[in-house]
Design a binder for this molecule. Structure first.
Ligand code: PAF
Length: 261
């Protein structure tokens, strides 16, 4: 596996075989890899001739400094996992490489990015879309892999790729859950064993037959601070905080629920 830290080194590598002329699968991440990322990487390794993983803790998508500072980065473990899986290139650039002129140029989406998570995390999706566009332009993959846990992000990236005529297939991969049903997330590492047990109530209530208002009340009664529970199209979305840890999830609705927006 090649470890690449600069844009210049990446460009040199990308220009020659084996990367030039071959289908590249790309998995962008913030680091702190877990089995959800592993599933994206395995799928990319199956479907492409080469797989590139990026580990870049993108500061522009964090609306809170404490959230950025407490992000559970684990570079050595990430590199070892990538190597074990057979990833071809690990791209882990520094901030100045990805933002050579600071954050002067950015992608802003005006509608979907303002709802759900966007309404609670100002600027979050501008940061996500900006870094994803930069990375897609650099890596030039045939396919890029995103998890359905971050469904709003996936939808925004998919529409951005269409709207900006990007020559890439955005591949949606199912959410990976632990034995209790909690969606895997790097942030779960920050949950105490007790909070982790309680966190499993979150996906269970999202799946319950109750309407969104009832789900919110039940979550609050269990000690969650609820940002939103909302039904959109055929999915139910939720975001909560348990102590300092923010959790998001979404599930497919079997049929429209009572009290859907
Ligand atoms: O989902 C993530 O890990 C990040 O938002 C992404 C897509 C890597 C952009 O920084």
């Amino acid at each position: 596996m090649q470890l690449v830290r600069t844009v210049e080194a990446w460009r040199r590598l990308r220009a020659d075989p084996p990367l030039a002329g071959h289908a590249i699968g790309f998995v962008p991440t913030l680091g702190g890899l877990h089995r959800g990322h592993e599933a994206l990487l395995r799928r990319s390794l199956e479907e492409n001739e080469a797989t590139v993983l990026s580990v870049f803790l993108n500061p522009t998508q964090f609306d809170r400094r404490d959230d950025l500072e407490s992000y559970p980065a684990s570079f050595d473990a990430d590199r070892d996992l990538a190597r074990r899986l057979g990833v071809d290139v690990l791209f882990c650039p520094a901030m100045e490489e990805i933002y050579p002129s600071g954050y002067r140029y950015r992608v802003a989406e005006a509608e979907l990015s303002k709802r759900l998570c966007g309404a609670h995390r100002p600027g979050h999706f501008d940061g996500v879309l900006t870094v994803v566009l930069k990375l897609l332009n650099l890596v030039r993959p045939r396919r890029a892999y995103f998890g359905e846990k971050d469904y709003q992000q996936l939808e925004l990236v998919r529409r951005m790729a269409e709207d900006f005529f990007l020559d890439v297939e955005i591949v949606a991969c199912p959410t990976v859950r632990d034995a209790e049903g909690l969606a895997l997330s790097s942030r779960n590492r920050r949950l105490s064993p007790e909070a982790r047990r309680r966190a499993a109530e979150f996906p269970a209530l999202l799946r319950s037959p109750h309407g969104p208002d009832e789900v919110r009340s039940r979550l609050e009664a269990l000690g969650f601070v609820v940002e939103y529970v909302a039904d959109r199209a055929s999915r139910r979305f939720g975001a909560v905080r348990l102590g300092e840890v923010r959790l998001i999830d979404n599930v497919r609705l079997a049929k429209p629920m009572k009290g859907a927006a």
